[in-house]
Design a protein around this ligand. Structure first.
Ligand code: AMP
Length: 119
C-alpha cells in the first residue's frame, strides 16, 4: 500500500535495521525499543490484522514462526525467554495498520499487562 510505513520498509523506501528475512516476512528492529531486544516481524504483503493473515492460508504464517525461532536464537533469548505480542485494532492500540508481531526480550518483561489500570 502506497502510504503504509511498513510497506515502505518492506520495499526499501524507508530504511530499517533488518535482522532476518525470507520471501514472505521481514524482521527489523523497532525504532522505539521497549526492551534490549525489540524486533518487529511483518508479512511483506500488506495485510491489516492477524485475522487477515490467518484467514488467507498465508505462507507468511510459517515464515513468521521460522523467523522468530531463528531471531530468538541469534539474539541469545532461548534460555532467558521472550515475549511475542501483536496489537490488533483500537482496543489494543495498534498504531501501524499492517499486521506485525513484536518480539521482546533481554530483560525481565514484567506482567503481561499493566496491572490495575483505570477501566
Ligand atoms: P503497534 O502499536 O503494535 O502498532 O506498534 C507499532 C510499532 O512500530 C511501534 O513499536 C513503533 O515504534 C514501530 N515503528 C513505527 N515506525 C517504525 C519505523 N519506521 N521503523 C521501525 N519501527 C517503527
Amino acid at each position: 500500500m502506497a502510504e503504509c510505513v511498513f510497506c515502505k520498509i518492506a520495499d526499501g523506501r524507508i530504511p530499517a535495521q533488518t535482522v532476518w528475512q525470507d520471501e514472505h516476512v521481514l524482521a527489523f528492529r523497532d525504532i522505539r525499543p521497549l526492551a534490549p531486544v525489540h524486533v518487529l516481524f511483518i508479512p511483506k504483503r500488506h495485510l491489516e490484522t492477524f485475522a487477515d493473515l490467518a484467514g488467507s492460508g498465508e505462507p507468511a504464517l510459517a515464515s513468521l514462526a521460522r523467523g522468530i525461532r531463528e531471531v530468538v536464537a541469534a539474539e541469545g533469548l532461548s534460555r532467558t525467554g521472550y515475549r511475542i505480542l501483536s496489537n490488533n485494532g483500537p482496543d489494543a492500540g495498534q498504531e501501524v495498520l499492517h499486521v506485525h508481531l513484536h518480539l521482546l526480550g533481554g530483560r525481565d518483561l514484567g506482567p503481561m499487562l499493566l496491572a490495575a489500570r483505570e477501566r
